[in-house]
Write a protein that binds this ligand. Sequence first.
Ligand SMILES: Nc1nc2c(ncn2[C@@H]2O[C@H](COP(=O)(O)OP(=O)(O)OP(=O)(O)O)[C@@H](O)[C@H]2O)c(=O)[nH]1
Ligand SMILES: Nc1nc2c(ncn2[C@@H]2O[C@H](COP(=O)(O)OP(=O)(O)OP(=O)(O)O)[C@@H](O)[C@H]2O)c(=O)[nH]1
Ligand SMILES: [Mg+2]
Ligand SMILES: [Mg+2]
Lengths: 271, 291
Amino acid sequence: MTEELYEELEAILIQADLGVEASVGLVETLRQRAKAEKIKAAEELRWLLKDELKKLIGEPGVLIKNPSGPTVVMIVGVNGTGKTTSVGKLAYHLAEQGQKVVLGAADTFRAAAIEQLEIWGERAGAAVIRHQMGSDPAAVAFDAVQAGLSRRADYILIDTAGRLHTQTNLMQELEKVGRVIGRAMDGAPHEILLVVDATTGQNALNQAKLFAKAVPITGIILTKLDGTAKGGIVAAVVNTLRVPVKFIGIGEGVEDLKPFDTEAFVEAIFD
Amino acid sequence: GLSQRLQDTFKRLRGRGKLSEKDVKEVLREVKLALLEADVNFKVVRTFIARVQERAVGEEVMNSLTPAQQVIKIVRDELTELMGGSAVQLRFEGKPPYIIMLCGLQGSGKTTTAGKLAKYWQKQGRRPLLVACDIYRPAAVKQLQVVGESLNIPVFALNGQDPVVIAAEALEYAKNHNHDLIILDTAGRLHIDAELMGELQRIRERVPVYRTILVVDAMTGQDAVTVAEEFNNAINIDGVILTKLDGDARGGAALSVRSVTGKPILFGGFGEKSDALEVFHPDRMAGRILG
Ligand SMILES: Nc1nc2c(ncn2[C@@H]2O[C@H](COP(=O)(O)OP(=O)(O)OP(=O)(O)O)[C@@H](O)[C@H]2O)c(=O)[nH]1
Ligand SMILES: Nc1nc2c(ncn2[C@@H]2O[C@H](COP(=O)(O)OP(=O)(O)OP(=O)(O)O)[C@@H](O)[C@H]2O)c(=O)[nH]1
Ligand SMILES: [Mg+2]
Ligand SMILES: [Mg+2]
């Protein structure tokens, strides 16, 4: 088992955005396993590494379903990661399954954010609850939950404005939106999904940590996997937040949201 | 950070006189790790380390009372040099109207940056026209119109036309309405989408684009090299704008992109507001990458 082979595997992991620490750690675990299991073939070594990586990333998660009443899902993340698009795709997917969906346009800041979500609402056949641009996002979220309750919706999806995790005031705003949703309905939001762009490097870890401080993240949506980025940073995010990846975004169309598949994800890293 | 790690490394190596090859590797490894953690591309790091190798463990370091600081200085100087040395000013020469085409991956900040550039150059006396060439994203045209309205800068948009026609019509409009600067906001696209990359080529064939600028998110990881290379190969970019620098991403993508295209980073985006645009400073970026 040559040193070069281990270095080659480490390079694959680093180039997949797994991060130096995780990559070095995985290769070290690989060395020990190779020694213990007396591995001779390169293909076997590669298989072992895939196995370790799958363990690190864990099993996919599924969308939470509230057994008694509407399920409220809040979508959060830094700017431009694909939150609004993912809300739209998720709404479409749920509607296709016969679920009644209400959307909350709680990005009251960015130009045409509300209009963007309204178009997705039309595509999905979901009502969009909105106020004016510049209004209080918590108020929109509150109204959206109330509307969902009174209309007996199955799912209420709340789209929030992109924000950098380093913007303390905006993270406080997010925390407030979460609390206000809880006031509109006990136990809500039931699901808080952090949207991570697969092209993101190590910064995704900082994003995850600070977003999780503001609101209890319950799952990850990893977007833009249709590009050439491998999204390896999701491994560190999963391990730090101890939440699963639930969905991946593989394009800009209504059908381009798929349940996360750990095996397929790991295989793609080695393609 | 790197400073502390190098100090620890040199403490261990002190008093040995000449560094062994193993010692050299150790010092360079610390630099390599710092750059990888900052999202500089793996292959770019390899090339960079080879470049600084001789200086990083040469006389000036070994004879220094503070070898760790000396290595940092050398690395920082080399990074700055690699990213162009000093700030680059985009000059408008030749006959107006000057067409600036913004392109890049989905969500990188093109539409927001279009507004910032329009405002920036308007302050310098230009008469900009914003052009909505993203006909795909829901409410993209509306987004640019809202941006334009807030800046009191006109936005050219056409219903039901493809971006190449829109660009051509916008040029006519600009000439007839005394706009000397046209900023084309295009749809986000993947570098591997042949059809959409072809669209950018067709725009450049149809209208005389003065500068093509690739808009890149500062938090981009290893993929930055592939993206920049593909865009550059397809449409020969003239420069780059790095966005979302108001966050805490180390921004190694800056080195990766410059390294693989040889094109300058012209501006940095530092926020969502229309004034959050600054001329790019390679030396400041070098410091940020080193962390
Ligand atoms: N190729 C690809 N593009 C995507 C995917 N998801 C979203 N996008 C695109 O990414 C861009 C940004 O998407 P948005 O949904 O506006 O992102 P956002 O997080 O809501 O952005 P802000 O609200 O401004 O923070 C759009 O051009 C989307 O079409 C994906 O899975 N693949
Ligand atoms: N914090 C911060 N946010 C930015 C910056 N530049 C853009 N954004 C935000 O990033 C998100 C995406 O910006 P857009 O201008 O819509 O990006 P785009 O490249 O036009 O997106 P597509 O057209 O879908 O490809 C928005 O929320 C912007 O407000 C920046 O420099 N700093
Ligand atoms: Mg959005
Ligand atoms: Mg845009």
